[in-house]
Design a protein around this ligand. Sequence first.
Ligand code: NAD
Ligand code: UDP
Length: 323
Amino acid sequence: MIRRILVTGGAGFLGSHLCERLVHDGQDVVCVDNLFTSQKTNIAQLLCRPNFEFIRHDVTHPMFLEVDEIYNLACPAAPGHYQYNPIKTMKTSVLGAINVLGMAKRVGAKVLHASTSEVYGDPTVHPQPESYRGNVNPIGPRACYDEGKRAAETLMFDYERQNGVDVRIVRIFNTYGPRMHPYDGRVVSNFIRQALAGEDITLYGDGSQTRSFCYRDDLVEAMVRMMDRPPGFHGPVNIGNPGEFTIRELAALVVELTGANANIVQARALPEDDPLQRQPDITLAREKLDWEPTISLRDGLARTIEWFRSVDLGAFRAPTPNY
Ligand code: NAD
Ligand code: UDP
């Protein structure tokens, strides 16, 4: 049966790929986005499709739509983007969740919320299982995002307990791929852009901190599986690639794959509260979603580099100053 599906943040990096997947599956898709960190070009190829529509709207304001399912992705995700206007970031997470959940309650829609590995903060348990409650600094520069996402998880479960809303939470670990904003300041986009331009590759700190990188197709597949599961399992469930790399190893791989003549340099100290290690324990995702990533960092980076080579980087605009 065709379902009416709302994707908030649907014009963004992950949201646009999710919309594409759902449109191709034949669902009736509504994309809501205020284009803070994204471009309309991300969804240009969908605008002519009869089962896709775009609404420019800020999720901190209520929405009134009749839908069966909601994927809630609206939120700036890169540190530079979410720290641009931290108060707005918190409002987007919290008011956005309340507005989405209120709508879901009214129309009986299922909600899948895009949470994050940042709920674990700078983790003292490694790898991170969902049962780990985290080590977040509630007053630091990353808190607007981390605590906003934690509060949104709280709201999801309160609406489930109090109002019976069918909620599903995925905790996404660093995900990359074509269509990520080339100037978002995230490590994959910075390194590829720098390598292709023959500039220095900028390590923050000594590059020994680790991350685990998931390719976007694997992530989208997991989100759809989570939404399509029978009711009863709300998560949270970790979605990520357990392959763990130091940032220095990532830099070396990008240099190798681009064939760049670029130096890897220690550009600045590690930013405040920057997590030192991160790796998802995906036992639960394997069990409940029968899912695990299929694309290696080497293959995913090669595809991402190809995309970076193919686009006009000058066409990507920075977040708007009046946001
Ligand atoms: P993105 O910045 O490309 O996408 C976010 C989208 O939300 C953008 O299109 C932006 O314009 C929109 N948005 C922001 N504030 C809004 C508001 N107030 N109203 C309406 N739209 C708004 O980032 P992404 O990487 O695609 O992330 C998508 C979601 O996944 C986010 O919720 C993010 O927190 C989560 N996530 C992503 C990662 C990752 O590594 N990519 C990791 C963990 C969690
Ligand atoms: N980082 C880096 N050089 C860069 C950008 C980021 O060394 O040019 C580091 C950053 O300090 C962090 C890691 O790479 O330790 C991942 O950063 P990103 O902003 O991509 O994601 P997050 O910190 O949210 O996981």
